[in-house]
Design a protein. Structure first.
Length: 134
C-alpha cells in the first residue's frame, strides 16, 4: 500500500502531522505509543496490515504526537492542555465530528477512573501490551 498523504494541523506554534485512511461510517483516532512516525509505520508489513484492517471499517485518523515523527520538533515539555489542543487541531483539520479513540501501547500505568469524566468521545478503546517474562 502506498503511504497515505501526510497533512499538518496547526496547534499553537507547532504543526501536528496526521493522516486519514479509509472511509468507514465512523472515525477512529489511533493514539500511538511513546514514539511514532505516520509515514514510517507503513514500511512495516505487520503494522501496515493492522492499520489497513482498522481502516477497512472506519475512517482511521493517525497522528504523530507533538515533537515526534513528522510533527514539529521543540525542546518544550508539553502540558496536558497543549496535548489536548493538538488533538482538537487534527480532529478539526480532518473534519471529524467526533471519533472513537484507540489508545495503544500505553507506556505507563494510569488510573483511567480519574480521566473518564473528561473524555468526550463515543468510544474509548485502551490496549496495553503486557511485559513478557523470561
Amino acid at each position: 500500500m502506498p503511504i497515505p498523504e501526510t497533512r499538518y494541523a496547526k496547534s499553537g506554534d507547532v504543526h501536528i502531522a496526521y493522516q486519514v485512511v479509509g472511509d468507514g461510517p465512523f472515525d477512529m483516532v489511533f493514539v500511538p505509543g511513546f514514539v511514532s512516525n505516520v509515514e514510517a509505520v507503513w514500511s512495516s508489513p505487520p503494522r501496515a496490515r493492522f492499520l489497513q484492517g482498522l481502516a477497512s471499517f472506519c475512517r482511521l485518523i493517525l497522528f504523530d504526537k507533538r515533537g515526534t515523527g513528522m510533527s514539529d520538533r521543540t525542546s518544550q515539555i508539553f502540558t496536558l492542555e497543549q496535548r489536548a489542543n493538538a488533538s482538537a487541531a487534527y480532529l478539526r483539520a480532518s473534519a471529524s465530528p467526533g471519533a472513537a479513540v484507540a489508545v495503544m501501547q500505553m507506556n505507563r500505568e494510569i488510573d483511567v477512573r480519574d480521566i473518564l469524566p473528561s473524555v468526550r468521545v463515543p468510544t474509548l478503546v485502551m490496549h496495553r501490551k503486557l511485559a513478557q517474562s523470561g
